[in-house]
Design a protein around this ligand. Structure first.
Ligand code: UDP
Ligand code: UDP
Length: 474
């Protein structure tokens, strides 16, 4: 409860800093910004959140409403985006570009807001376009980085690597303090210098040195060695301070903010299952699967004989889910009847932290999104990772290195390669019925992550250090 922390007295920074946050698109990005907003309020800061409108998905709009009803003190400022028409581009990537192209519109907002802005925090995907605005206004700028530290090291070294490779693909990348990253592990668009994602990625890497600091959602127990290398300047000389403040905890929704109807169905079912017996299956907020793959995955889960809670996603943007295709049709005739009480399938948003926190959940078949994986660790649920695009293979590699999850390499890329029902059944059974050394390691890392978030812990103190730095500058 924020007021509790503030009432403790010594946490109130003086004078009260006014932190303005500009988030980006997609729940993987918005989630980190909103959790940080809540945490900063808890530490006694005044927080204004700029909302880029219109948003892409319903999940994002709901996230903002939930934040406002739970934290009425957070102020909202609307940024009305200039249109950016690119029908063939992924809708979230298109929105990153749209926010980037609208960055000049921030100036009047930042000038007029009161009290004056102490610092602007903005997401990695839009950071480079915001730098010129904050520099002109002499406002300190911090970057919010949403995922693991090896990915941060990749972005920071990538401009030079891209240049060296000319028009060709990237074979492998050696990063001091991180190691060798095979070309197959980096986000696929980065092999194409003309891809919009690559253009943004290179601009981000170039602009990073101008950050007054980087707030990263990762944490010492997972990424300590790479964070140390970044902060020693071993990756890029003169790199701004990276402060690990993660994994930021989900916002506790007030009862009024909870979508009760959606929750009740699966929660009641989960309550009735034995401890750690259920596999949670979900692939984040922007990974859609083909109808063939959905059927095959379903048959695999059925064959595994394990209990499961599966979030099916057949469309990239949730608004498109209202396409008249019923769940029964997606899964194949008779599927739900055959599975019966052993599994629950939903085709809508679930409150993932409540699933992962539930004592019946004992494993998580995931795409390895940064947030989802950090959440799995935070709740002590071993992830079985089938990574696809973006940071997902980098996350899978780090999790594997630490022994806190399993990367299913032979399945190829989620969303690209097809996996058969037999392979699904085999891996799921191994995870749910195996000896569970991974489970033990996850629970140890969970303890460290939770400790890091409390007073005296590395992430907690990191956030305080950031706030103290902002106050000092002001
Ligand atoms: N999420 C959720 N319910 C869903 C799907 C996703 O709460 O039904 C949340 C999940 O907990 C995570 C975020 O959405 O916080 C997804 O971010 P992540 O970085 O894991 O993956 P992305 O969706 O960006 O690939
Ligand atoms: N990244 C980016 N844009 C940049 C620089 C870096 O998106 O200009 C990083 C970002 O932190 C993320 C990954 O590249 O981890 C992009 O992954 P993806 O497209 O899957 O997006 P996400 O799942 O994070 O929404």
């Amino acid at each position: 409860e924020p007021s509790q922390l503030v009432r403790d007295g010594d946490l109130i920074p003086t004078p009260t800093p006014h932190i303005v946050i500009l988030p980006s698109a997609g729940m993987g990005h918005l989630t980190v910004s909103t959790r940080l907003a809540a945490a900063l309020v808890s530490h006694g800061c005044l927080v204004t959140l700029i909302t880029p409108l219109p948003m892409v998905s319903e999940a994002e709009s709901n996230c903002i409403s939930n934040l406002c009803s739970s934290f009425p003190h957070i102020r909202l400022l609307e940024l009305h985006l200039l249109p950016f028409d690119a029908p063939d581009v992924d809708p979230f990537l298109r929105q990153f570009e749209s926010i980037r192209r609208s960055a000049a519109l921030l100036e009047p907002l930042l000038v007029s807001v009161t009290p004056p802005v102490s610092a602007l925090l903005t997401d990695v995907t839009v950071f480079s376009s915001v730098v010129p605005v904050t520099k002109a206004l002499r406002i300190p700028i911090y970057m919010i980085f949403t995922t693991c530290a090896s990915m941060l090291a990749l972005v920071s070294t990538f401009p030079g690597i891209r240049k060296e490779a000319g028009d060709g693909p990237i074979e492998s990348i050696d990063i001091p303090g991180v190691g060798t990253i095979p070309g197959s592990r980096i986000p696929r668009p980065l092999h194409d210098p003309k891809h919009l994602f690559t253009i943004q990625f290179v601009e981000t890497g170039e602009a990073m040195l101008q950050a007054d600091g980087i707030l990263s959602n990762t944490f010492e127990a997972l990424d300590g060695d790479i964070l140390a290398a970044l902060n020693a300047g071993a990756v890029v000389p003169g790199f701004p301070p990276v402060i690990a403040v993660g994994p930021q905890e989900p916002i506790k929704l007030r009862a009024a903010a909870r979508p009760a109807v959606e929750r009740d169905d699966w929660m009641a079912w989960l309550d009735a299952q034995p401890p750690k017996s259920v596999l949670y299956v979900a692939f984040g907020n922007r990974t859609a699967q083909s109808r063939e793959q959905i059927k095959e995955l379903g048959i695999g889960l059925e064959k595994s004989g394990c209990r499961f809670l599966w979030v099916v996603k057949s469309k990239i943007v949730d608004k498109d889910d209202d396409d008249g295709v019923e769940l029964g049709e997606l899964l194949g005739e008779g599927y739900l009847e055959r599975v019966g009480e052993r599994g629950v399938v939903v085709k809508s948003w679930v409150i993932q932290e409540e699933v992962l926190a539930h004592p019946s959940v004992g494993g998580y078949l995931s795409h390895g999104g940064g947030n989802s994986t950090f959440e799995a660790v935070l709740y002590g649920v071993p992830p079985l990772i089938w990574p696809g695009g973006g940071d997902q293979q980098m996350v899978a590699a780090q999790v594997e290195k630490r022994g806190v999850g399993v990367w299913i390499k032979e399945w190829g890329l989620c969303g690209v390669n097809q996996v058969s029902s037999d392979d699904v059944a085999k891996r799921v059974r191994e995870m749910m019925e195996g000896d569970n050394a991974v489970g033990e390691s996850v629970r140890r890392m969970q303890e460290e992550a939770v400790r890091g978030l409390g007073p005296g812990g590395s992430s907690y103190e990191g956030l305080r250090k950031f706030i103290a730095g902002v106050v000092e500058r002001g």
